[in-house]
Design a binder for this molecule. Structure first.
Ligand code: GAR
Length: 201
């Protein structure tokens, strides 16, 4: 089984989808060994605790520099024998220095159909605000590998979601999560972990 770390910053509903997939056996080629939060207030840490998964905090602000932040993350990853990283609503930036050490070993979920509404400044509700103000009729979610380009790594999976009249950013965010993110992310993580297992067999 592949040892997985999930990086979080907020509510952690995507983390919950991964935990549920693990419990039901839909995610069986990997195991979540660590939840790493960018801030101590992340509700995702409660979800980790409830599932009996170790949780740690690495805060960019508290650690002072990008180098110090990434050194602390690397230390945690090593201590837990992590082989695959999943960014599930992780709002801190990882530098090229870090991402190049994990080629096609970091997965991110983004709440739009990349290459629309992605890159610097597009995160969380802002993505849905941008989609609504542009007036697109279809949006969705993308799961992709992370490289040095923000939201620029190879795409693993995408799912389209309809925009309906009267949608607010909050309503749209919830629909994109329910119909796309919570389905796609566990599936993609299983796919990548299964491939990693196969390669080392
Ligand atoms: C999710 O919608 C995720 O796609 C988005 O943040 C939300 C986190 O929710 N991520 C990004 O915007 C990354 N660019 P969660 O904490 O409930 O999983």
């Amino acid at each position: 089984m592949v040892n997985i770390a999930v990086f979080v910053s907020g509510g952690g509903t995507n983390l919950q989808a991964l935990i549920d997939a693990q419990t039901s056996g839909r995610l069986h080629s990997g195991r979540i060994r660590l939840v790493l939060a960018s801030n101590p207030g992340a509700y995702a840490l409660e979800r980790a605790k409830n599932a009996g998964i170790p949780g740690v905090v690495c805060s960019r602000k508290e650690l002072g520099s990008q180098g110090g932040f990434e050194a602390a993350i690397s230390k945690e990853l090593e201590a837990h024998g992590i082989e695959l990283i999943v960014l599930a609503g992780f709002m801190s930036i990882l530098s090229e220095n870090f991402t190049k050490q994990w080629p096609e070993r970091i997965i991110n979920v983004h709440p739009s159909l990349i290459p629309s509404f992605c890159g610097k400044g597009f995160y969380g509700l802002k993505v849905h605000e941008a989609a609504l103000s542009y007036g697109v009729k279809v949006t969705g979610a993308t799961v992709h590998f992370v490289n040095e380009i923000p939201d620029g790594g190879r795409i693993i999976a995408q799912k389209a979601v309809e925009i309906l009249p009267g949608d607010t950013p909050e309503v749209l965010q919830k629909r994109v999560m329910e119909q796309a993110e919570w389905v796609l992310l566990p599936h993609a993580v299983e796919q990548v972990a299964a491939q990693m297992e196969k390669e080392r067999a």
